[in-house]
Design a protein around this ligand. Structure first.
Ligand code: ARG
Length: 649
């Protein structure tokens, strides 16, 4: 409300009596919405076309060389033969406006340029006033934007979801980065977000692990590094399991041979039976059975592995600014839920018996979906079965409006099957509320050292590399308070930015040298841009201490920003709230990242032309206000991505 008042006041001084506010626009939060509504209202008067048609047709231009807003006249849905002529006609009829500099016609496209001075005076103080929340729009997640008392929409973002005792592979890394971003995004969009980690923590392999721990486990190592140690144990015991499998195959072949020769096989049969009865596989089966039956000792050991792993994961996720609200997992899915799902599938004739197993034939919906097993012959559940039952459990617990699964595209089929089965079971709304956010692969991630099996190792390796790079500038390095911690943050930024640069679905190559470079569009470069803006403020306040007590939002005279570079920078700042809304549509981190790089490029073109120290006091204030607003916007964008902006590096 305060923002609206301030804005209305400013517009009055420009001769605009009412705040232009078309439906579904947020002029107080989003400068582009203000201009959109304003232009739509003017055009509606001059053309007679409804603002509801005009307003959404006014789009932010991709390049500032093409103005600020553009409109393809075809989007006005008018029956006109000559669209070029139509465009020219509209341009000719466009009345003057205190906010619009000019309208340019290019073929059937109209391009609107904002007047620089009202723009700078509207945008820069707004950024400073909104501060940490500039650009965010928490109306998006309201059940009813007109009535906040109806509450917020509920969202579950399920992401990362690694498997206990298995490596944390690139798929989990990407899920963590992208999922963390999506959760932040919807948070800032006003949704009520639950961050969920669905661990792969159930199945016969946990019986294998327990047996392995008896043989190779060390209490000390388990406490020290549970994830790494359990993995080592798992590798050792799996080897024995495989050897036994081989042995059994061999024995079976030999027995067959002897039988053909009608010789005595009893000795070999005995040997075979011995391995079958006492081998790892059977032991694991029995062990897992004890777990599924809730036998306290078996369950206790497994629970300890799980708890220790989660403790360790929590610390690693914290390095990435990620906290989970719910550590769920395959083990948490209740038998009752699976039994219930089985009953519904049977009653709805979704499932059928196939040689003792229960399957769902999805080929009748689409060939590609194939047939899926939901119950094995021995009665045990599968990955898919647990996912089916988990949906209802999550709905019972959270009543979500939307649930996002952030999982590699290798599992496209699995999730498509899951959603289709839900639909077939009659849970149409539930199925519609679920989405799979997928992504491509990371190539070349196994480092030569072969250590990059776990998230911590990956982060460690990149941090070391970053530390090396930092040390190449000794003078700067000495000013950083805690170089190890900064190197850690920079390394994480390097990994994350490389991951988020392209469209999610694209594969990319893990390239240590490129991602840790300070040049080009990298994480360290973004961090550098932020640190540089922080250093500007530090230097100015050191030189002119009284500036620290000035409220720049009200004291700075922004009409003093007249340089093209400064104005272009303001145009970028103005775009952030619109980029934010667009990101909710694309659900692509690259939408934010591409914008942040544009912003930092506009910044680096400005420094030479808009120096602060040595300028007149008033100019100094205006420029400091501009840089402060830029720092805030960059900071807000980086935080949505999950990066921790550094102040020095
Ligand atoms: N733990 C699984 C894996 O590593 C990913 C889980 C994805 N989520 C799900 N609900 N299926 O492959």
């Amino acid at each position: 409300a305060q923002a609206v008042e301030a804005l209305t006041g400013k517009l009055k001084t420009l001769g605009i009596d009412e705040l232009p506010a078309e439906p579904n626009t947020y002029p107080a939060l989003n400068p582009f919405d203000l201009y959109r509504s304003h232009v739509a209202e003017l055009l509606s008067k001059s053309t007679g076309i409804d603002t509801k048609i005009i307003c959404p047709a006014l789009q932010r231009t991709v390049k500032t060389e093409h103005g600020d807003l553009q409109m393809a006249v075809a989007a006005l849905r008018q029956k006109r033969k000559d669209m070029k002529e139509f465009a020219q006609e509209i341009a000719n009829g466009f009345p003057g406006s205190p906010l619009i500099e000019k309208v340019v016609v290019m073929d059937a496209l109209l391009m609107f340029w904002f007047k620089a001075q009202p723009l700078t005076s509207l945008v820069v103080p707004a950024v400073l006033k909104f501060g940490k929340s500039y650009g965010f729009n928490n109306f998006q997640g309201l059940r009813d934007p007109a009535d906040p008392s109806k509450g917020r929409k509920k969202m579950i973002v399920e992401f990362s979801s690694p498997n206990i005792a298995k490596p944390f592979h690139a798929g989990h890394l990407r899920s963590t980065i992208i999922g963390g971003f999506l959760a932040n995004l919807y948070d800032a969009g006003g949704w009520d977000v639950t961050r969920m980690n669905y661990l792969g923590d159930w199945g016969k392999q946990y019986g294998v692990l327990a047996i392995g721990f008896d043989l190779f486990g060390s209490e000390e190592k388990l406490v020290e590094n549970p994830i790494g140690h359990l993995y080592d144990v798992y590798v050792k015991i799996s080897k024995i399991q495989k050897d036994e499998e081989e042995k059994m195959k061999e024995l079976k072949a030999k027995i067959e041979g002897l039988k053909k020769e009608e010789k005595d096989t009893s000795e070999l049969e005995k040997q075979l039976q011995e391995v079958a009865d006492n081998g790892v596989d059977e032991g694991a089966r029995k062990y897992f059975k004890r777990m599924t039956e809730g036998e306290p000792v078996a369950l206790g050991i497994w629970k300890r592995f799980r708890d220790l792993s989660i403790e360790k994961y929590k610390r690693t996720y914290a390095r990435l600014n990620i906290r989970y609200d719910d550590y769920s997992g395959e083990s948490q899915v209740k038998d009752e839920s699976m039994d219930h799902a089985a009953k519904v599938m049977e009653e709805m004739k979704v499932s059928e018996n196939s040689e003792g197993a229960i399957i769902v034939d999805l080929t009748k919906y689409s060939k590609k979906l194939g047939k899926a097993v939901v119950r094995k012959k021995d009665g045990t559940s599968l990955y898919l079965t647990r996912d089916i039952a988990a949906v209802s459990e999550r709905y019972e617990k959270y009543k979500f409006d939307k649930m996002i699964y952030v999982v590699a595209s290798q599992q496209d089929l699995h999730l498509a099957q899951l959603f289709k089965i839900l639909e077939a079971m009659g849970y149409k709304d539930l199925a519609a509320a679920c989405t799979h956010i997928n992504f491509g692969m990371v190539l070349g991630m196994s480092t030569r050292k072969g250590t990059a099996k776990f998230l911590d190792d990956i982060l460690e390796t990149v941090a070391e590399k970053m530390h090396e790079v930092m040390r190449t500038n000794q003078a700067k390095y000495e000013q950083v308070d805690n170089p190890e911690a900064t190197a850690d943050i920079l390394g994480i930024s390097a990994v994350m930015v490389q991951d988020m640069k392209g469209k999610r679905i694209n594969n990319y190559t893990f390239d240590m040298d490129r991602m840790t470079s300070f040049e080009g569009d990298t994480g360290p470069y973004l961090q550098y841009a932020h640190a540089r803006l922080c250093s500007i403020t530090r230097k100015v306040t050191a030189a002119v201490p009284e500036i620290a007590n000035i409220d720049l939002a009200s004291a700075a005279d922004l009409t003093l920003i007249t340089e093209t570079q400064g104005i272009d920078l303001v145009r970028q700042l103005a775009a952030w709230p619109d980029i934010f809304i667009n990101t909710l549509k694309t659900q692509e981190p690259t939408t934010v990242l591409t914008y942040l790089f544009k912003l930092t490029h506009a910044l680096s073109s400005s420094y030479d032309h808009l120096q602060i120290l040595g300028s007149e006091r008033e100019t100094m204030l205006a420029r400091l206000a501009l840089y402060t607003a830029a720092r805030q916007t960059l900071n807000n964008g980086m935080r949505i991505l999950g990066l921790s902006p550094v102040e020095r590096m």
